[in-house]
Write a protein that binds this ligand. Sequence first.
Ligand code: MG
Length: 382
Amino acid sequence: MKKVAILGSTGSIGTQALEVIEKHGMQVTALAANSNAEKLAEQAKKYHPEAVCIYDPSKVEQLETLLKGERIEVLTGMDGLCEIASNESHDILLNSVVGMVGLLPTLKSIEAGKDIALANKETLVAGGSLVMKNAAEKGVKIYPVDSEHSAIFQSLQGNEGNKIRKIILTASGGPFFGKKKADLANVRAADALKHPNWDMGNKITIDSSTLMNKGLEFIEAKWLFDLDPSQIEIVVHRQSVLHSAVEYEDYAVIGQMGVPDMKIPIQYALLYPQRVECPTHPLSLTDYGTLTFEKPDYDTFDCLRCAIDAITEGGLRPAIVNGANEEAVWHFLRDEIGFLEIGELVRAAMEAVPGGAVTCYEDVLAADQAARAFVRESISKK
Ligand code: MG
């Protein structure tokens, strides 16, 4: 019986992972959430982990009260996340927290020699070089959970030793596909939170609407599959049926298709290399009828270009872009800035904040903090 610890258990990926875990009788050793103490307590009572962690320290008391009488250790903060990540009890850590906060637990899990099912894309965006280097040294496996990266990973199976010509990274296009800047000036958070194909948390939904999500995934793909940025082609595919593909030297393109349901990539990451029944539904290609593919609109969606420029430059630049984006999205969700300002602030931070090489976690953290401070100052000066 496989033992799983989950960081981000109350989010969209975490709850779907628990469905997969329950279906296959896997054991849950630890659960961690950001601030939803009620939902975390409910999950803990159902899955009986050894430990739970609530990241927000102001929610610890509530969680302890809710779990009174249960033999479950209650942890909090970054220390709690790292304790769970490096614990001996689990076979695999599912890291599905949102944001740069996921990087340190990922590094701790690698240090402890624990395999990771990775859904926290900021881990690789901000600290990709560190994560991949440390994982290789420790022999730790990183299984991608993001649907696109899972599709690439699946398309690579059986092709060890064959050279990749390029990766086709598909993008849904987000809720503002086809719109131009003039159409987007007055967009508010509520408009951007309506996403067509996938059910996700707020931060990633905004990232999908700005196409920053695809930019982050571009960087994630570079690190996971050891590619040059020039080998990654982003293709807008509105139906989200082809989840990404790999083109080999012979021009054969191998991709992975399926309904847009995260349970398929989550299950593959947790049960790799097994393929067993998944709690989802089959794909009917004839129901879709037509699949479409087109080029992304880089002029309208600044964030996408920023992310590609950042990874092309390398070093700390992606961490700066990621930090600036996290901060800008936070303010956008509070209706403090407009939709187009997200891209403007990210671009300005990318140009203003000093870069440099990534030598350790502290470098990444400092670049992230500097980018956030830049964005906060720019907003306060408005
Ligand atoms: Mg994705």
